[in-house]
Design a protein around this ligand. Structure first.
Ligand SMILES: [Zn+2]
Length: 82
């Protein structure tokens, strides 16, 4: 992945629901590219300012929510409805 491709998909990192495929390769590129990291944090700042709820670090939070959700799925409810 080159910078152009990575930068086109930076928004997918900020909102993985928009991701058409995995964001792993964008993330991998970011990890090794200071230039894209700068762009990403600029974009992040812009979106955070626009957003009423400041988002510090959206992806890890989404991921932990996802795992929390999985945990709930696997835990039988304390009071079954049947
Ligand atoms: Zn780059």
């Amino acid at each position: 992945m080159n910078c152009t491709h990575a930068q086109e998909r930076l928004t997918e990192l900020l909102d993985p629901r928009n991701a058409t495929t995995t964001t792993d390769e964008v993330r991998a590129h970011l990890a090794n590219c200071p230039e894209c990291q700068r762009d990403f944090s600029a974009l992040h700042r812009t979106l955070s300012t626009l957003d009423t709820m400041p988002v510090e670090n959206p992806t890890p939070r989404l991921r932990s929510n996802f795992y929390a959700m999985l945990e709930e799925e696997n835990t039988p409810p304390p009071a079954p409805h049947w």
